[in-house]
Design a protein around this ligand. Structure first.
Ligand code: D41
Length: 668
């Protein structure tokens, strides 16, 4: 079908609009339109491109994710080498560096541009006639790897540049940092923990791991960001200072970190360093220092480079968030799932303003790998909001009196046997009535995001467990006023308040109850997903691992721990007791299951679900999803802006459902 000129024009108009909206949303963080309006335009473009595939171009906003998984990354030579940076750590070293710069230039003062140094990885983006044609990692500076498909998935990376004064440069090689914000990193790790995948050690590793994925669909799901700070080859653009470079890159639509400063004296440089250092924890990303760059390119040329590092720039590093101290002891903590965690008890030490007296050692393998011993001098580090960790022992300070840690064979809390299940790194106390496990599981149950029983705090729980009044979670609902009144500092009024709170918690939502049970791998998000899918705890308890795996967001590991949890007679009894004591979740919905053996097809866009989620929900109920309408299809689900499938279904007499009906059918 020939493309009508009107369509061609509309497609171009839509792309220009969306490109501008994306720039405001992702780069400037200032949305111009509502999500609904954006979605409408995006869908219109997508539909036109589906109808006229010959109109699709690689720079279309619909084409961020394209191509097939690669098998390797092709090497890419950098036309202009990507230089590394020399470091300095003290104000004196910076003064020396500045003195050398001024001596080599024979000038009395130099302008510097200072930028925070983000802890990510450097990449290069090549734009030809304004189109992104290649993206690569820094590699060794001379040759990197082709990660174009992955870089295209980063929403802040423009697929096409905006013209400046009516023109786009014929060639522009942009250099910058791909990074991950701390909060996004923590979210990603929480997700990985729930899915039983190995965690990333820090945002930098997470960014690097995400960029080096052979399948760009995986990268697309990772919260990567980008800031531009330098250029390689440039044609059709005059740049003579760093200030000009940063402002021009910004005008071209590239993300530039707004936190930079032009400093006219070294004192100003020092002052900005102090500011960045004190604001370090306010930035959403990790920084490890400040980069100081000579502003004038003409002077950069005079200064040149040595050993692949420019003489015109330096990284003035921040002090490490590290300190040395002694390991007084290594104790073992028992968690609510019975996992034994070795914890280093430290001589208290201040690490960037916070006193640290304990640091987790994760598990026995980790203690062996790091070779941390009781009595050792160690380096401890605090990174972001993560709990402090022991980096390494200082071997040169060993006296020989240090003692190696051994995981106890008996639980330090209950004396029960400790086992290490095959293939796991964790040791566990298997005793379900271990007081430590009881204490932790009751603490978890009563916590704010679970049953939210205010007044049932850690100290009180400890007392009640010690007195034998709480032996399992259900005992909370057996507490009488007389039990409470014998406790220290418990008057009639606070006892009554607590009992009222306990009573109130009986009507907690199903998702809170599922979360409160403390099933391994089941965090709040998973609990929410499970509560949406199952109408009651009983229904969840009967689900097979297969049923569970069909739910989006539930991996095989979580599915099996959930099934194991409910297969355990002790846990089943607990469910029955809770129910008998009146813990009946509010707002539970009846479940329908009429999809078994049915084949469904979707057309148009669903508002509340992605296609993938919809497919998994159908499959979880024994249905199947096909891509095309045929006689074998039982139902057509029609979203907004449906395609030609509706006509076909009508022709074949296949019943159709709208989104609301479809959801009702699923039991939502
Ligand atoms: O934020 C950064 N990580 C950053 C790194 C930055 N803001 N500026 C940088 N400038 C350079 C030069 C001066 C060589 C253009 C850099 C880096 N280099 C760099 N990062 C890793 C190696 C070099």
């Amino acid at each position: 079908m020939p493309v009508p000129p009107m369509v061609q024009a509309r497609v171009e108009e839509l792309r220009a609009l969306i490109r501008n909206y994306d720039y405001h949303y992702y780069v400037l963080d200032q949305p111009l339109v509502s999500d609904a309006e954006y979605d409408r335009l995006f869908r219109e473009l997508k539909d036109l491109e589906n109808q006229y595939p010959e109109l699709v171009t690689p720079d279309s906003p619909t084409q961020r994710l394209g191509g097939v998984p690669a098998t390797t990354f092709r090497p890419v030579p950098h036309a202009v080498p990507m230089l590394s940076l020399d470091n300095c750590f003290t104000s004196e070293e910076l003064v020396e560096w500045d003195a050398r710069v001024r001596r080599l230039l024979s000038v009395s003062s130099v302008e510097y541009v200072c930028e925070p140094k983000l802890d990510g990885l450097s990449v290069e983006l090549v734009y030809e006639q304004g189109f992104l044609t290649l993206g690569s990692t820094r590699g060794d500076g001379s040759t990197g790897e082709d990660v174009t498909a992955n870089l295209r998935t980063i929403k802040q990376v423009p697929l096409r540049l905006f013209p400046v004064n009516g023109v786009v440069p014929a060639l522009l090689e942009v250099r910058g940092e791909v990074y991950m914000e701390r909060a996004a990193f923590q979210g990603l790790n929480r997700e990985r923990e729930r899915a039983g995948q190995p965690l990333f050690a820090n945002p930098r590793n997470a960014a690097a791991g995400s960029l080096r994925q052979l399948d760009p669909r995986i990268t697309a799901g990772r919260p990567l960001k980008f800031f531009a700070y330098h250029v390689g080859r440039v044609e059709g653009l005059e740049l003579s200072t760093q200030v000009q470079l940063l402002t021009t890159l910004s005008q071209l639509g590239l993300p530039v970190n707004p936190v930079w400063r032009l400093c006219r004296t070294l004192a100003e440089v020092q002052e900005f360093y102090g500011e960045l250092l004190s604001r370090r924890n306010e930035f959403p990303y990790d920084t490890d220092g400040m980069v100081v760059k000579v502003n004038e390119f003409a002077w950069r040329a005079v200064l040149g480079e040595v050993a692949r590092a420019p003489r015109w720039a330096i990284a003035y590093k921040f002090p490490a968030q590290e300190a040395t101290t002694r390991v007084l002891d290594i104790v073992v903590q028992v968690g609510r799932t019975g996992v034994l965690t070795p914890v280093a008890v430290l001589e208290p030490v201040e690490v960037s303003g916070v006193t640290v007296s304990r640091a987790t050692l994760h598990n026995e393998d980790e203690v062996r790998r790091k070779d941390v011993r009781i009595g050792d001098w160690v380096l401890v580090r605090r990174a972001g909001e993560v709990i402090p960790e022991v980096v390494k022992p200082l071997l040169e300070r060993r006296s020989g009196a240090e003692r190696e840690f051994r995981m106890p064979q008996r639980c330090p809390e209950c004396g029960g046997p400790v086992v290490r299940p095959e293939g796991e790194v964790a040791h566990r106390c298997e005793n379900l009535s271990c007081p430590a496990r009881i204490r932790q599981s009751i603490r978890h149950f009563a916590s704010r995001r679970a049953a939210d029983i205010q007044g049932l705090g850690d100290k009180l729980i400890d007392q009640l467990v010690e007195n034998g009044l709480l032996r399992k979670v259900s005992d909370i609902y057996r507490l009488k006023k007389a039990d409470l009144l014998v406790l220290e500092r418990m008057g009639d009024k606070s006892a009554q308040n607590l009992l009222d709170q306990i009573e109130k918690s009986k009507g907690m939502s199903l998702e809170r109850l599922i979360f409160a049970l403390g099933i391994q791998h089941v965090g709040e998000t998973a609990a929410q997903l499970l509560a949406e899918r199952f109408s009651s705890l009983e229904a969840l308890a009967q689900a097979s691992p297969m049923d569970l795996q069909g739910i989006p967001g539930v991996g095989p590991k979580m599915a099996s721990t959930i099934a194991d949890f409910f297969a355990n007679p002790e846990n089943r009894r607990l469910m029955e007791e809770l129910r008998a004591l009146g813990v009946v979740p509010s707002g539970t919905r009846p479940r329908g299951g009429p999809l078994a053996g049915k084949t469904l097809v979707f057309t148009g866009t669903l508002r509340s679900l992605t296609r993938e989620e919809a497919r998994r929900l159908v499959e979880a109920q024994g249905g199947r999803v096909a891509s095309a309408v045929s006689r074998k299809v039982d139902l057509l689900v029609v979203g907004s802006d449906p395609g030609s499938k509706v006509e076909e279904a009508r022709r074949l007499g296949i019943p159709t459902l709208d989104e609301a009906e479809f959801r009702r059918l699923l039991g939502y």
